[in-house]
Every structure is written in structure tokens, then in C-alpha cells.
Design a protein around this ligand. Structure first.
Ligand SMILES: *[C@@H]1O[C@H](CO)[C@@H](O)[C@H](O)[C@H]1NC(C)=O
Ligand SMILES: *[C@@H]1O[C@H](CO)[C@@H](O)[C@H](O)[C@H]1NC(C)=O
Ligand SMILES: *[C@@H]1O[C@H](CO)[C@@H](O)[C@H](O)[C@H]1NC(C)=O
Length: 293
């Protein structure tokens, strides 16, 4: 039976660069080469009693290329044999499949087959932690068999809102536009409200120079809110609150806005980071907003 071309190629590489390549080669390649060296010796008769017992296999165990001994299966994201055999790069573990994903390749990159999880359904573990899918859960389970971890339920664990990125304190000169952002993770998804300290009213209220926006993301189960104040006035100065809430809990993050008049700016001796060049400012502004839609 003819050998696959890739194996012959690797074998030549092995002979040609033995001393140079082997020590620094990635694990999966070393494993392939190891297999080439062993080939023809081992597969004649299987002696299970001579097999080492694999330990700490995070993706479970599979039979080796001779279909004899057990060895660690490949993890999510590791390179694998596309024909689902265990001949060169290895075989994917439980709940994983070897797939060629040419999806997000940079120019000139050659697609590599990778172990890909068959599920993308999040799970809630008995430890109260959310796992992106069964494969991630299985890795943790296999890493700590004594931890008595189990699946509590499908879907993420319920979680009170957590601020992933808070609004930051801002200062600027009257007439400029300012934006506060607030990124929140929660399950179920949180709602976000903006308020100014000292005023109970929910923003934007009926103030035409204030606007708010919300969007899901950037990560799963996150929502991001923005508060924009156009043409800031001295009266806008104060502390602003991002208030996020779901049925499990709530969280608040504060940030202050300091508004200087051009005269005050002169006195402090501070300078604005950008020169007062209208064209440039307009451009920067529109770029910034593009991200929000
Ligand atoms: C493991 O967890 C189950 C429930 O999740 C419990 O009934 C059992 O007693 C636990 N076993 C140990 C050894 O902690
Ligand atoms: C003031 O606002 C302008 C326009 O929004 C912005 O480009 C600039 O970086 C801000 N200055 C400071 C000090 O934050
Ligand atoms: C800022 O100070 C300079 C001199 O230091 C003066 O010429 C200029 O008019 C001042 N600008 C404002 C807006 O007060």
C-alpha cells in the first residue's frame, strides 16, 4: 500500500534535518516522526501488557496507530488526521471531530485540520462555572477527576452582572463630544441604565445633547452601553453611573466628567492631545462611531 505523500515528505525532512529539527519541532510533529520511526516494528503483534497506561489525558484516550495501546487523544484546536485515523498527527478525543476550517485564514496560510468541538452549547458546571461547550467541560473534568464535577444544566450558569470594562473618568473642553462606555457580562443578559449623580432622572431624558446606545457583545452574554454627550457644557460636569441589572443581581460603575472652559485650560497649562484641526476631528469622530453600529 502506498504511503500518503505527507508522510514521505516528513520522512525525508526527518532524515535531512535530524539534529536540527527534532529538538525544536512542535510536539505534534515530533509525535508524527516518532511514529515513522516505530512503523513496521510494532504493529505486527500487539502485547497489551507492554503498553504504557496513558495518564492525564484531557480529551480522553484512543487506540494508537497500531490499534493496540491506549494513548491520549488530541485536544480541541490541535492538529489531527483528517481521515479520522490515528496515523500521523493523532485522533481527536471525545465530542471532537477533525475538520479542515479554511474559514479565517490569513493570506498565504495553508489550512490545517484541527480537532473541533461537535457542540457549541454552553454548559453550567456543578462548580457554578460556565463552560463554552462540552469539550471545555470535559478537559476540566479529566484534569481533576477527584473534583466530582458534573453538568448542572445546559446553558450558562446564572450570573449577576459583572463589569468587564468600566466607564473611565474623562475631562475635556466645553463644546467637545465625550463618550462613556460600559461593558457588562451577565446571564440572563443584563439591562443597562445611565444616570447622573444628583439627578434621579434616567438618561438621556429629554436632553437633546445626550444620547445612549446599547448593543449585545463584544463577547457572548455581554451587553455594552454608551453614553454620549455632544458639545459638553460646564453644567454637564459630574459623576455618571452605569447601572446593570438582571434577575440575579446588579452592579454599578462610576466615572466622572470634568469640563474646562478654554480659559481654564489656558490657566492649567494643559493642552488637548489633538490640534484644533476641524477636518481631522470630524474624521476621528466618524471613525469612532462606525464601530458602534
Ligand atoms: C458527588 O456529587 C454528587 C452530586 O453532585 C453527590 O451526590 C456525591 O455524594 C458526590 N460525591 C463525592 C465523593 O463528593
Ligand atoms: C476631547 O474631545 C475630543 C472630541 O470628542 C476628543 O478627540 C479628545 O481626545 C478629547 N480630549 C480629551 C483630553 O479627552
Ligand atoms: C491663552 O493664553 C494666551 C497667552 O498665554 C493668550 O494669548 C490667549 O488669548 C489665551 N486664550 C484664551 C482662550 O484665553
Amino acid at each position: 500500500m502506498a504511503k500518503p505523500a505527507s508522510r514521505q515528505f516528513a520522512f525525508l525532512l526527518l532524515l535531512g534535518n535530524w539534529a536540527l529539527s527534532l529538538p525544536s519541532a512542535p510536539d505534534y510533529l515530533q509525535r508524527g516522526w516518532q511514529r515513522l520511526l516505530e512503523e513496521g516494528e510494532n504493529c505486527l503483534s500487539c502485547r497489551p501488557e507492554d503498553c504504557p497506561s496513558p495518564r492525564g489525558c484531557l480529551a480522553g484516550a484512543v487506540r494508537d496507530h497500531c490499534d493496540c495501546c491506549w494513548e491520549c487523544a488530541n485536544l480541541e484546536g490541535q492538529i489531527c488526521d483528517l481521515d479520522n485515523t490515528n496515523h500521523f498527527y493523532g485522533k481527536c478525543g471525545d465530542h471532537l471531530e477533525c475538520r479542515l476550517d479554511a474559514g479565517d485564514l490569513r493570506h498565504g496560510e495553508v489550512p490545517e485540520p484541527q480537532c473541533t468541538c461537535l457542540s457549541n452549547q454552553a454548559l453550567c458546571g456543578s462548580d457554578g462555572k460556565t463552560y463554552a461547550q462540552i469539550c471545555k467541560f470535559q478537559e476540566v473534568l479529566n484534569a481533576r477527576p477527584v473534583a466530582n464535577l458534573s453538568v448542572a444544566h445546559k446553558g450558562p450558569c446564572e450570573s449577576e452582572p459583572q463589569i468587564m470594562s468600566p466607564p473611565y473618568d474623562i475631562w475635556n473642553v466645553t463644546g467637545q463630544d465625550v463618550i462613556f462606555g460600559c461593558e457588562v457580562f451577565a446571564y440572563p443578559m443584563a439591562s443597562i441604565e445611565w444616570r447622573k449623580d444628583g439627578a434621579e432622572m434616567l438618561l438621556p431624558g429629554d436632553d437633546p445633547h445626550i444620547s445612549v446606545q446599547f448593543r449585545g457583545g463584544p463577547q457572548k452574554y455581554e451587553v455594552t452601553g454608551w453614553l454620549q454627550i455632544q458639545g459638553v457644557r460646564v453644567t454637564d460636569e459630574g459623576t455618571y453611573r452605569c447601572f446593570a441589572k438582571n434577575k440575579v443581581g446588579e452592579v454599578t460603575a462610576l466615572a466622572s466628567l470634568t469640563v474646562l472652559t478654554p480659559e481654564q485650560l489656558n490657566v492649567t497649562g494643559l493642552t488637548l492631545p489633538q490640534p484644533p484641526n476641524r477636518d481631522f476631528e470630524d474624521e476621528a469622530e466618524s471613525e469612532e462611531w462606525d464601530d458602534y453600529y
